[in-house]
Design a protein around this ligand. Structure first.
Ligand SMILES: [Zn+2]
Ligand SMILES: [Zn+2]
Ligand SMILES: [Zn+2]
Length: 326
């Protein structure tokens, strides 16, 4: 696999003929349960409350080396350098976040925060994505309750769009677009699913899929990891409150469908190998972290691209060859 940049949209894609990094349950006993082969493997992090994080057994990105960008005429490519981790949400096989206590879910959120902080220290990485694919239709890799984290040498395209648009909104109005959304949704109420003292669960005005749901702070905070670190110290109640509304939101979605994607959107790594990335200098004011939950409501939802990073398991070279011979 390698990373290739689409010269038109400027977004990076994973391309290659090898089977991409998809782990699968072996069909035997769960390897993430106590005593299993993967559970017994090396961890990259264990939270104070015992949430374990492992390197992905079939990583999409490799931790060693440099990105080694190369050009080929107008095209750019680079190595798949990055990190790919599995967060075991619980030692208990089927204890998904929805079934957990608020305290257990808060421990998972604190673990996300700790990994974000740690991975962002690596200046090769421009962005760290925390996501969860739940259900077969969502491409869930292991049946054991888990989420995943990837760190990439580029900012994924959906994030680039959001970051640029938030900056543009801020430049013209001197306000955070998400704060504006929160304010308007709260005054109307029609798209609000639940509000707590500090957090809001709402259906976005222009959803990409049916039942799309966002969970975001009602106060302004750009970076999830900075925010949550500040709140878990003295105000642990806030993380519990967030855990509660996120857990209930996932439970609501599971009434509609058992398959969904959940992704955390937070600030990119603003200090990279090439110094502070100039384009994100106002990000602390213009961006606002949030969770997006994208349910898969129908079996046949086509053209439904929720992946943060697109990958193509067949290279265009091989595709052209096959198509020529077809
Ligand atoms: Zn298991
Ligand atoms: Zn805001
Ligand atoms: Zn977003």
């Amino acid at each position: 696999m390698e990373l290739r940049k689409d010269p038109v949209t400027q977004s990076w894609m994973l391309v290659g003929d090898e089977q991409p990094g998809i782990g699968r349950d072996s069909g035997g006993p769960c390897e993430w349960c106590a005593g299993g082969r993967l559970q017994a493997g090396r961890t990259v992090y264990v939270s104070p409350g015992g949430v374990r994080v492992y390197p992905h057994p079939h990583p999409l990105y490799q931790i060693e080396g440099t990105e080694s960008r190369t050009g080929e005429g107008i095209y750019d490519r680079m190595r798949t350098v990055g990190a790919h981790e599995v967060v075991l949400e619980s030692a208990t096989h089927d204890r998904q976040i929805v079934l957990a206590t608020d305290r257990e879910a808060a421990e998972v959120l604190n673990t996300y925060g700790a990994r974000l902080v740690d991975l962002k220290k690596d200046q090769r990485f421009r962005y760290v994505t925390v996501f969860k694919n739940r259900g077969k239709l969502a491409g869930e890799e292991f049946s054991h309750a888990h989420s995943q984290i990837t760190a990439t040498p580029f900012v994924p395209r959906r994030m680039v769009y959001e970051l640029r648009a938030s900056r543009t909104h801020y430049q013209s109005k001197e306000r955070c677009v998400f704060c504006d959304i929160v304010q308007q949704e709260e005054s109307r109420g029609t798209r609000v699913v639940e509000a707590t003292a500090n957090y809001l669960a709402m259906c976005p005005f222009a959803p990409r899929v049916p039942y799309e749901l966002w969970v975001l702070p009602r106060y302004h905070a750009a970076s999830f990891e900075t925010d949550i670190a500040g709140r878990s110290g003295n105000g642990a109640g806030d993380v519990l409150e967030l855990a509660g509304i996120l857990r209930r939101s996932l439970a609501r979605v599971e009434h509609i469908t058992d398959a969904y994607h959940m992704v955390l959107h937070t600030t990119p790594n603003t200090s990279t190998q090439r110094g502070v990335t100039v384009q994100w200098t106002t990000v602390a004011d213009d961006y606002h972290w949030h969770f997006e939950i994208l349910p898969i409501a129908e079996k046949r939802t086509r053209s439904y691209s929720i992946k943060e990073v697109y990958y193509c398991p067949v290279s265009p070279e091989r595709a052209a060859e096959e198509l020529r011979q077809a």
